[in-house]
Design a protein around this ligand. Structure first.
Ligand SMILES: Nc1ncnc2c1ncn2[C@@H]1O[C@H](COP(=O)(O)OP(=O)(O)O)[C@@H](O)[C@H]1O
Ligand SMILES: [Mg+2]
Length: 292
């Protein structure tokens, strides 16, 4: 979860690098307007999320919804499940002893969860029942190849990993600009996105966008602010690179492209680059891209 990132709390001043400062500032204001969080609190899917949470108040219903067959994502703390017949929402259930189970949450009442992100789409929770939450669904595939990823156990996991890095490198600049803008807003709202696992960002090639998941309120006293380097280390696939060194040569080009596009997005939007020399994980991304 957020806060346990090994990537360090690096902050660097904004560095607009577009040739025309007026163009940079125009792009930035358009993006910020597009990503304006709007009225914090309500979300059009709040009622639906609450209805789903209510239907899971019965511990047996929650345990059934958290079955292995519906798993679409897995992290160190939670398993995420598709909800049959539901396109826009998913169910996140804390893992217990390696399995999803709602059984501990005996007779929990369903509640709406305040949504500070407005109409931004960052996989935020909209309702909860006990420890389980109903989240806005992010489409696409996780980046990299995190240890907890369901694909990690597959025989062809290195091919999957490679395809994900290539897919990230082919995403349009607008997807990079949007994720930079989402992170900037999240920083401003006092949230932290956890970049310690690549699978906390999804690559939605069909819709041409990235989806952030695993955001939490910044710990009191913490000064950690997300940067473009955080996105880079996930998309470049730092997490699995040492297990797949035979791919390094082929992936230099895509990795370089990811770094170029993400840093351009940071400069356009005003997100910190986070590319200081003491950001060890980012240095590793640079070396994987043949840039250091
Ligand atoms: N809103 C969502 N939409 C689609 N997939 C999600 C969503 N939230 C999480 N996932 C998938 O489930 C995985 C685990 O969820 P996450 O909240 O990151 O749990 P953990 O806290 O255990 O890391 C994610 O890495 C992602 O692949
Ligand atoms: Mg996670």
């Amino acid at each position: 979860m957020a806060g346990d990132s090994s990537s360090g709390g690096i902050r660097t001043p904004m560095r607009p690098s577009l040739s025309s400062p007026r163009l940079a500032s125009l792009v930035r204001s358009v993006l910020l307007e597009a990503g304006d969080p709007g009225d914090a609190g309500e979300h059009p899917l709040h009622d639906r999320a609450h209805r789903i949470a209510s239907s899971l108040e019965d511990p047996a219903a929650l345990a059934a919804a958290a079955s292995q067959e519906t798993v679409i994502g897995r992290g160190g703390n939670a398993t995420v499940h598709a909800i049959p017949g539901e396109e826009d929402l998913v169910l996140r259930v804390p893992r217990r002893g390696g399995f999803s189970s709602g059984e501990e949450d005996v007779s929990a009442r369903a509640e709406r969860v305040a949504n500070p992100f407005g109409d931004m789409n960052v996989g935020q929770p909209l309702a909860r029942v006990g420890g389980a939450t109903v989240l806005l669904r992010q489409g696409g595939e996780p980046a990299g190849m995190s240890f907890s990823d369901p694909a990690f156990k597959r025989e062809d996991r290195d091919d999957v990993y490679r395809a994900r890095i290539e897919a990230a490198a082919q995403m349009p600049q607008s997807a990079y600009d949007r994720v930079a803008s989402d992170l900037l807003h999240s920083n401003q709202l006092g949230y932290v996105w956890d970049p310690s696992k690549s699978n906390n960002i999804l690559i939605d090639a069909q819709r041409g966008r990235f989806g952030l998941v695993d955001l939490s309120l910044r710990d009191p006293g913490s000064e950690y602010v997300n940067s473009a380097a955080d996105v880079v280390i996930c998309l470049v696939g730092n997490d699995h690179a040492r297990r797949a060194p035979h791919l390094d040569r082929d992936l230099v080009g895509p990795r370089r492209e990811i770094i170029r596009r993400m840093m351009l997005a940071a400069d356009r939007v005003g997100l910190p680059r986070g590319d200081s020399p003491d950001h060890i994980s980012y240095r590793y991304s640079l070396s994987l891209a043949g840039m250091s």
